[in-house]
Design a protein around this ligand. Structure first.
Ligand code: AMP
Length: 279
């Protein structure tokens, strides 16, 4: 039976009673098959699985979609119950961020680039809420999607730097049949935008193919992705990157592996995606 917990004290009480490994999947809800893949992986590796559903206000910029971010708790609970999840932690803003809240987790350097450069403060919000959730849930392992590649780098850095006592597990991106990475924000796309949004994965696949054929000039790969995406008039590029997989700095020549990532806007909807090159 799935248990819904909305208060921090209650989550702590329940946690104290648990014996054995606890797998934890932090989400912002409006779940899809990508989230369920994380929960299912957690289920294979732990005795108990806890999923959090919390649209964290501090990771949204003032002009971003915090207010309109899709929410449907009943639907989420039905999906998690079907997936065999044990507990859902869905805290309230007032408890997570009381009026006198004043402590932030700021991961430097790897947050300067890509998403961090375009969304100032975003990763401070992410790292802070994830640190809070780890402290409340105290998981053995926590599960994150490759879809948000920079988030993975930031969370791993935070866990290492602050000596957090848990293991981070990364799960591959789940895609729609036409290649679009699943995202709660995909519902914002109108039919025409939805159709053209497949260009993100097409561009990343093109980079993968060129890499597989021996191309190691990162700028050529960036240019090939750019040329393909610019053929779509509805697509507005925020960035196209071929970067070092750990430092996330842009590469000239690829030695070993690289992370190809991009952010593209379709109308008001901003989509991100990435693939690994060479690993
Ligand atoms: P979100 O609810 O968007 O904050 O995502 C919660 C977790 O699910 C994060 O670790 C995401 O990286 C992961 N996630 C989101 N979309 C996907 C996807 N298509 N495939 C795999 N994991 C995903």
């Amino acid at each position: 039976m799935l248990k819904l917990i909305e208060e921090i004290d209650e989550m702590r009480e329940q946690r104290k009673k648990l014996r054995g490994k606890v797998g934890f999947v932090p989400t912002m809800g409006y779940l899809h098959a990508g989230h369920i893949a994380l929960a299912e992986r957690a289920k294979t590796e732990n005795k108990i699985v806890v999923v959090s559903i919390y649209v964290n206000p501090t990771q949204f910029g003032p002009k971003e979609d915090f207010k309109t971010y899709p929410r449907d708790l009943d639907r989420d609970l039905a999906m998690l119950s079907a997936a065999g999840v044990d507990m859902v932690f869905a805290p309230m803003d007032e408890e997570m961020y009381p009026d006198d809240f004043s402590t932030w987790v700021d991961v430097e350097k790897v947050t300067d680039r890509l998403e961090g450069a375009l969304r100032p403060g975003h990763f401070t919000g992410v790292a802070t809420v994830v640190a809070k959730l780890f402290n409340i849930v105290q998981p053995t392992k926590a599960y994150f999607g490759e879809k948000d590649a920079q988030q993975v780098v930031v969370i791993k850095r935070m866990v290492a730097d602050l000596n957090m006592n848990l293991e981070i597990v990364i799960v591959p991106t789940v895609r729609e049949a036409d290649g679009l990475a699943m995202s709660s924000r995909n519902i914002y796309l109108n039919p025409e935008e939805r159709k053209t949004s497949t260009v993100l994965y097409k561009a990343l696949t093109l980079a993968q193919q060129q890499f597989a054929s021996g191309e190691r000039d990162a700028e050529k790969l960036r240019q090939a992705m750019k040329d393909l995406i610019e053929k779509e008039p509805l697509a507005k590029i925020d960035y196209i990157s071929v970067a070092h997989p750990d430092s996330l700095t842009e590469l000239d020549k690829i030695e070993g592996s690289a992370l190809a990532s991009l952010a593209v806007r379709f109308g008001k909807t901003r989509l991100i995606d990435n693939v690994s090159l060479g690993s």
